[in-house]
Design a protein around this ligand. Structure first.
Ligand code: PGA
Length: 259
């Protein structure tokens, strides 16, 4: 499976910046200006995901620049009496092309379970937004030897609702919870092992897994990006902290383009 995935299909690298709940008009303007200047060519697709109130600022600032804009979350519901929620069609209306779904902070701090995450992925695809589905185990789950089974369960929640064909349109981000914002990255070998297992699991469920892009996330920096991207099943990165700095994000993109 692995050989098939890496030999027959070229998956363009994808680097996504998750700004989380950071930024201001002034700080974003500086960051976006720097990213624009640095986004020259290269075989890599770039996406930034600012907080909702700054999506328009980013979309306008990046017009004509090869950096797409995504949101960090969405509602599974189309419209109506849902105070505080934002629908998929609102995001596409603004010009968003991507959306992060099921980030571990959403799962752990805001109670999103596999059912809610699957509904959000479906709503995104229905609106022609590209979902970046986050999966990953906690430290205690890893220590209990459950990393693969947790990730497979999270994937299964989405594949069983979407079906194999639609699930093939999703980008998957493997983000071990213990590596997010901790400075403790999974080793390239640890990440590759789970990525290979994700691809094999998707294939076993009938998904065209060789074409699914699998991102790694969790303390990715310019210093460790190249060794992660050198792995056969790592097709890019979901970057938190390092995406708030022009050099950090741009150097990760350069490493992706060179891999
Ligand atoms: P980090 O965050 O790069 O700051 O670890 C990654 C993420 O949460 O997507």
């Amino acid at each position: 499976m692995n050989d098939l995935a890496s030999v027959l299909v070229v998956r363009k690298k994808l680097v996504v910046g998750n700004w989380k709940m950071n930024g201001s008009l002034a700080r974003n303007a500086a960051l976006l200006g720097g990213l624009k200047a640095a986004a020259v060519g290269g075989e890599v697709e770039r996406v930034v995901c600012p907080p909702y109130p700054y999506l328009v600022q980013a979309i306008e600032s990046l017009a004509g620049v090869p950096i797409a804009v995504g949101a960090q979350n969405l509602s599974a519901i189309k419209e109506g009496a849902h105070t505080g929620e934002v629908s998929a069609s609102m995001l596409t209306d603004l010009g968003c092309r991507w959306v992060i779904v099921g980030h571990s902070e959403r799962r752990n701090l805001y109670g999103e379970d596999d059912v809610a995450v699957a509904a959000k992925v479906q709503a995104a695809l229905d609106a022609k937004l590209m979902p970046i589905l986050c999966v990953g185990e906690t430290l205690s789950q890893r220590e209990a030897g459950q990393a693969e089974s947790i990730v497979h369960r999270q994937l299964d929640g989405v594949v069983s609702v979407l079906g194999a064909e639609r699930a093939g349109a999703v980008v998957v981000a493997y983000e071990p919870v213990w590596a997010i914002g901790t400075g403790r990255t999974a080793s390239p070998e640890q990440a590759q092992a789970i990525h290979a297992s994700i691809r094999a699991f998707l294939a076993s469920r009938g998904v065209n897994a060789a074409e699914v892009r699998l991102l790694y996330g969790g303390s990715v920096t310019a210093a460790n990006a190249a060794s992660l991207f050198a792995q056969a099943d790592i097709d890019g990165a979901l970057v938190g902290g390092a995406s708030l700095q022009v050099e950090g994000f741009s150097e990760i993109c350069v490493a992706a383009a060179a891999s």
